[in-house]
Design a protein. Structure first.
Length: 221
C-alpha cells in the first residue's frame, strides 16, 4: 500500500512538472510573438517617418524623438547621428539637437581614447546648448536640458535644471511636457519630482568634468 502511494505521488509530481513546463513554454512563445509584433510595428513606423523625411516634409518634435529612439534602443548611435544631422539640414528642430547630444554622450561612455572621448563630450555639450536655445517654452527647455545632463552623468546639474523647470512652470497656466502635450503646473511638478527621485538613485561621474572647461560656469547655467 505504501509503495503504491509513493508511486501515485511521484506520478502527480511528474504531471505537475510537465504542466509547468508546458505553461512556461506557452508564455515564452507568446512573449516572443508580442516582442516580434512590437518590433514589426516599430520598423513600420520608422520606415514611414524616414519616408516622410526623404519626401521633404517637416517632422514634428515627437516624430524626431521617435526616429532617434529607434536607433537608440538598437545602440546604432552612428546611424542615429547621421539621420539627425540630415534632419537639421532640412529643418531647425530643437529635438534633433537634444538627441544628438544624447547620442554623443552614449558614444563618450564607451571605451574610447582620451582625445576621442573629449571630442565626443564637447560635441554633446555643444548640441545640448543649441537645443536649449531653441525650445519655445522656457520650463520645457530646462526640463529637456535637465534630462540631458542626467544622461551625461551630471546629476547635480540635472537636478538644478529640473528645479528651475518647476519654477518657470509657475509663470504660466500650462507647461509643455512633450510636443503638443501641455499640462498644468501641478501635474508638471509631479512629473519632475519623479524624475528627480530617479536621478538621485544614480551614481556616475559627470562626463563634462572629463574635459577641462566643458562644465558651464554658474553664470552660464
Amino acid at each position: 500500500m505504501q509503495k503504491k502511494t509513493i508511486i501515485a505521488v511521484a506520478i502527480i509530481l511528474l504531471l505537475f512538472v510537465a504542466i509547468l513546463l508546458v505553461v512556461k513554454n506557452f508564455y515564452s512563445v507568446v512573449n516572443r510573438y508580442e516582442r516580434q509584433k512590437v518590433d514589426n510595428m516599430a520598423d513600420k513606423e520608422h520606415a514611414e517617418l524616414i519616408g516622410k523625411l526623404k519626401a521633404g516634409k517637416q517632422l514634428t518634435s515627437s516624430e524626431i524623438d521617435r526616429i532617434a529612439t529607434y536607433y537608440y534602443l538598437s545602440s546604432k548611435y552612428d546611424e542615429g547621428i547621421s539621420i539627425l544631422q540630415e534632419i537639421l539640414k532640412r529643418q531647425d528642430g530643437y529635438m534633433a539637437y537634444f538627441q544628438l547630444s544624447g547620442f554623443y554622450a552614449e558614444k563618450a561612455k564607451m571605451n574610447q581614447p582620451a582625445d576621442v572621448k573629449s571630442s565626443l563630450v564637447v560635441k554633446s555639450r555643444d548640441y545640448l546648448a543649441q537645443g536649449f536655445e531653441r525650445v519655445p517654452d522656457k520650463a520645457h527647455a530646462f526640463y529637456m536640458r535637465g534630462k540631458a545632463y542626467a544622461l551625461l552623468g551630471c546629476l547635480d546639474m540635472a537636478i538644478s535644471d529640473l528645479n528651475k523647470a518647476v519654477e518657470e512652470s509657475k509663470k504660466a497656466k500650462t507647461t509643455m511636457l512633450t510636443d503638443g502635450v501641455y499640462v498644468d503646473q501641478k501635474r508638471f511638478a509631479e512629473v519632475v519630482e519623479k524624475d528627480i527621485a530617479e536621478i538621485k538613485k544614480g551614481q556616475s561621474a559627470c562626463l563634462l568634468d572629463s574635459v577641462q572647461g566643458a562644465r558651464p560656469g554658474r553664470n552660464q547655467q
